[in-house]
Design a protein around this ligand. Structure first.
Ligand code: ZN
Length: 183
């Protein structure tokens, strides 16, 4: 295995979608794999497989070499992962998530929030002021809520993301950058 499974899972669930996970996992310890073998492995038609591979190419996460099939006379693409680009993409995605979370934590800390006792609608103090603390949906009065538990949860998620970021540096130095070659 070249790219750690947690990175594959992160990218497949948070960014690209589950259909990519199979391709990442299959190609992870291989090099120059025919698109027909990939299609057979992931149980999709060759056109569906190519569409997925081209999408991954647009993010530079895979690359291919083409070679003429000596028997059939047409060109076949042979695919490999780009581990260093995958790590780069992963770090970019972590950076974005960390920034978003930091902004959210800041917003939660800097604002007061109110909740409707009737329907549970959550509003910031500015929104609550605008409607004189009376819910437009159900008419009930809004009560101030304590968001400290939410902030704690967001902060522990932030710690996890920052730890992932730190360990990704170690991963980057461990990964051997392979240059796909085809004879
Ligand atoms: Zn309400």
């Amino acid at each position: 295995m070249i790219v750690p499974i947690e990175i594959i899972e992160h990218l497949s669930t948070d960014h690209l979608g589950a259909q990519y996970k199979q391709i990442f996992e299959y190609l992870n310890d291989k090099i120059n794999i025919s698109e027909f073998d990939i299609a057979a492995q992931i149980n999709k038609t060759i056109n569906e497989t190519r569409a997925i591979l081209y999408q991954l190419t647009s993010f530079n996460l895979v690359s291919s070499r083409k070679k003429k099939d000596p028997n059939k006379g047409w060109y076949v693409h042979y695919w490999s992962l780009n581990p260093s680009e995958i790590i780069y993409f992963y770090r970019k995605s972590l950076t974005k998530q960390i920034e978003e979370l930091q902004n959210k934590i800041y917003y939660e800390k800097e604002n007061e929030f109110y909740k409707c006792q009737g329907c549970g609608e959550r509003l910031s103090i500015d929104e609550a002021l605008n409607i004189s603390f009376q819910c437009p949906e159900c008419g009930s009065y809004l009560e101030p809520i304590d968001n400290s538990k939410l902030i704690e949860r967001l902060e522990s998620r932030l710690i996890v993301l920052k730890e992932k970021m730190i360990s990704s540096v170690t991963i980057t130095t461990k990964i051997k950058i392979r240059i796909p070659q085809l004879n």
